[in-house]
Each structure stands twice: as C-alpha cells, then as structure tokens.
Design a protein around this ligand. Sequence first.
Ligand SMILES: [Zn+2]
Length: 363
Amino acid sequence: MQVLYRKYRPQQFKDFTAQNHVIQTLTNEIEQNKIAHAYLFSGHRGTGKTTMARLFAKAINCQNRKGFEPCNECLACKEINKGSAVDIIEIDAASNRGIDDIRSLRDSIRYRPNLLKYKVLILDEAHQLSKDAANALLKILEEPPKYVVFILATTEAHKMISTISSRCQRFDFYKLTIKEIVSKLERIAKEEGIVIQKEALELIAMSSDGALRDAEGILNQVLNFSFGREIKVEDVQDMLGVVDLSLAFEFVEFLRDKNISEAVKYLNEKIEKGLNIDEFSKTIINFLRKLLILKISKDLVDDIAMGETKETKDRMLDLASQFEAKNLKLILDLFLGAESKRMFSSIPQLPFELALVDYYYKS
Ligand SMILES: [Zn+2]
C-alpha cells in the first residue's frame, strides 16, 4: 500500500484540512499576482509546511490556473506533482547546512527557469544553516533575481537570524486540532474503504500531538495489522502500547471501597508480572484526574474521555459519582507525592504503598 500521507497529500488549497489563515493570504497573493520573494513558514512538525510550499510553488507556476487553484493538468503541474520539475529545488538544511551548499544554490539560480515561470527554492529546517551559510543566504535574499521565490521552512523560527526573517513574509503554522485530524482521517478511511471506530480515530489524533503526518502514519500502521476487518479502539491501544484502562478501573475501585490491603496486593502482583511502576503511576494519576474533573462537571465527559467507548465513559461517570470529591483530590495529591519520591526509594512501589496507607487514615 502506498503510504497514506503521500497518497492523500493535498493537491489543491481546498484539500487542506487546516491552516486557513495561511491559505487565505497566500491565495489572495496568487490571485492578485503579488508574489513575495521570500516566505518563512514556521511551525510544529507535521503541520503541512512543506506540503504548502510545494502547493504554492505549483500554483504560481500553473500554466492554466483558474483563480488561485493549480489545474493539476498542465505540463508545469504534472512535472511538479511527479517531483521532476528541475526549477523546484528542495534542500534539507539539516544535512546541507554549509557555506558550499548555499554557494551551489546561488549558482543554480543564476539562470532563468527552464520550463516554469518561477524557480522556487524550498529550504527545509532553515534554522540549521551554519552561520556562514546563513550570511551567504542573506546576501542572496538582499538581491534576489525576479524569477526566484524562496520558501524557508522551520520548526524553530526563533533560531533564524533576524536579518533573514525580516526579509521574509512570515506564516505561522498551527498544530492541528483533534477535530481537524479526525476529519482528515475520516476522509482517508472513507476513500480507502476502511471501517474504523470513531473512538479509534480520536485516539490516533490525540496521540499524534497536532501533527497530521504522525496521525496518518499511525493509521497506516493500524491498517497493516487489521487485515480488512473493522478497526476498534482496542487495536489502536495495543499498537500504541497504551496501558489497559481496566487496570485503572480495578485499582481505583479498591480505593473507592477503601480496601487498602487488596490495593497493595494488586499493585505488587502487577509489578511481579512485569508492569512498569512509572507507567502504572502515570496511568492511575491520569485516570484519577479524569474522575475528579468528571466529579466537577459531567458535561466534560466527551472531552475528558475522548477516544474511549460509550461503555467506558459511562463506567467512568459512574465511578466518579461513587467518590467524594475531597477523597479524589486526596488520593491524587498522595500519588503525586509518591511519584516524586519514587526516584529516591530503593523499593520502587514503597512510596505508593505509603500513599495508600495515608489515604486509608485520612479519607
Ligand atoms: Zn496547471
């Protein structure tokens, strides 16, 4: 199977899932023929900077453009889509960061473009250029040939030298929201004829931290394991190595019953079976936090328990209602304390056992 993020890379501006603020300005410039000589696309990884750069390069070179969208059918569009347009030069500054790289770049823009209207130079990870290279680049940016457009992309705009950034029109790319990622994944699933639970998509979106490319990569991996059957949230949990929530439920139910001896026994059994104490405390603290928030407001359940099934959400609401808020807060405090003491304890579970005893006497 072709890698999803390549297959579903936007070929027109209307296909973009996010970054509307960027699209609006860029498409205006295209329509009014007011192309700048240098752009700076900054933002978190996987937010579409390079994709936008290629799309913009295509749109300004399309021979048959209607409005601002490239036609994807003319020779220029086709060459660019194939990645074989010699006038579109992509450089990864992470591996080509020296002065010689910028000098050869300078040589390559000495001549007018072959086929296209503009030569477009896309410089990825531009902040990684060496100091000399950055200064050489600055020289070029001071007097760029008319037929050249620079697009610098960076995940760390603050590391760019200011004399370069100030010569660029800057656009900040935002991390995608969970909703935006889910909607793109839904579209891919539909096109591919994949049946996948909405909660599974939400879990993928949540774990990708706003980077669409990562989300598409996870979906790709899940597909490779699914062999054509429906994909459930459990499949994604397995793949991502998320600790099973049933563990959190069982443990916290002992706390609800103030059955400390069972809680201690349960903790020790799990550790003997190879459960990592850090994973355990992270899972429990995260779970208790959710219960506390649900205790305060049931309406937040869809946000708090996003990626969980309806049954799990109901079970969480139920469990939260069986606790007093002050006790949830107490155990959460005690566990946070235990977590910070863990590193100084020769017996990793001891701080948690002490927290449980404290809870017994204080609740
Ligand atoms: Zn075209």
